[in-house]
Design a protein around this ligand. Structure first.
Ligand SMILES: Cc1cc2nc3c(=O)[nH]c(=O)nc-3n(C[C@H](O)[C@H](O)[C@H](O)COP(=O)(O)O)c2cc1C
Length: 194
């Protein structure tokens, strides 16, 4: 198994899974993700908080080697296609933006993001890696999967087992895979501090 440390540098200790989580582009296409780990990740998403418990998240889940996986790859932007094709699982993340009676669900995208964050943490806890992508062809996905107009495709999650940087197809991707992770300083983000 490949291990690369890209641990977050923090001003106070944070949970190990949060510190160790990062978004790789190299996935080992030869290793399948066990069904129970996919289910655990989706359960973590399911038990996320949401506005008025509306649970406005829906998922299209596809394993590598299926027509659905290939269709999702076709509907990634070119830069993402190059690496995400190796991920054993691809998940289209959909926000249910209107209720059954047509009322807009104002927090749908926010809630979906929280659900995907939960999924990510569970997956890392289970020894997997996750990379979210906003670079997707929304209209192409809508057509390919006959997606209900009340659902908005927001992103695709690549889920799988970490591969080696050397397996990536270009120097640019290989360099990004091992570059230091960075964040804005905390005092730039916290506009009023307790
Ligand atoms: C909503 C969202 C969209 C993203 N879109 C892409 C994308 O299209 N392609 C890509 O390579 N990474 C994408 N990323 C990954 C981010 O670039 C990555 O999370 C960020 O650089 C921080 O790196 P880390 O996750 O390793 O900490 C996306 C992440 C999120 C949350």
């Amino acid at each position: 198994m490949t291990t690369i440390s890209r641990t977050a540098v923090t001003s106070a200790p944070i949970h190990e899974v949060l510190a160790e989580r990062w978004s790789p582009r190299s996935f080992d296409s030869s290793v399948e993700v066990p069904s129970e780990k996919i289910t655990a990740a989706l359960e973590a998403a399911r038990w996320s908080a949401s506005a008025s418990n509306t649970q406005p998240w829906r998922f299209l889940v596809a394993r590598r080697g299926t027509a659905e996986h290939a269709t999702i790859v076709e509907n990634l932007m070119g830069f993402n296609q190059a690496w995400a094709v190796s991920a054993h699982v691809l998940i289209v993340n959909l926000a249910a933006v209107t209720a059954e009676d047509g009322t807009p669900l104002r927090w749908a995208q926010y809630d979906l993001g929280q659900a995907v964050a939960n999924l990510t943490v569970q997956a890392h806890h289970d020894g997997l890696h996750v990379h979210q992508m906003g670079g997707i062809e929304v209209d192409g996905l809508r057509t390919a999967f006959s997606i209900d107009p009340a659902l908005e495709p927001m992103s695709v999650t690549a889920l799988g087992v970490l591969g080696t940087p050397e397996a990536l197809a270009s120097d640019v991707l290989r360099e990004r895979e091992v570059a230091p992770r960075s964040r804005r300083p905390l005092d730039e983000l916290v506009l009023l501090s307790a």
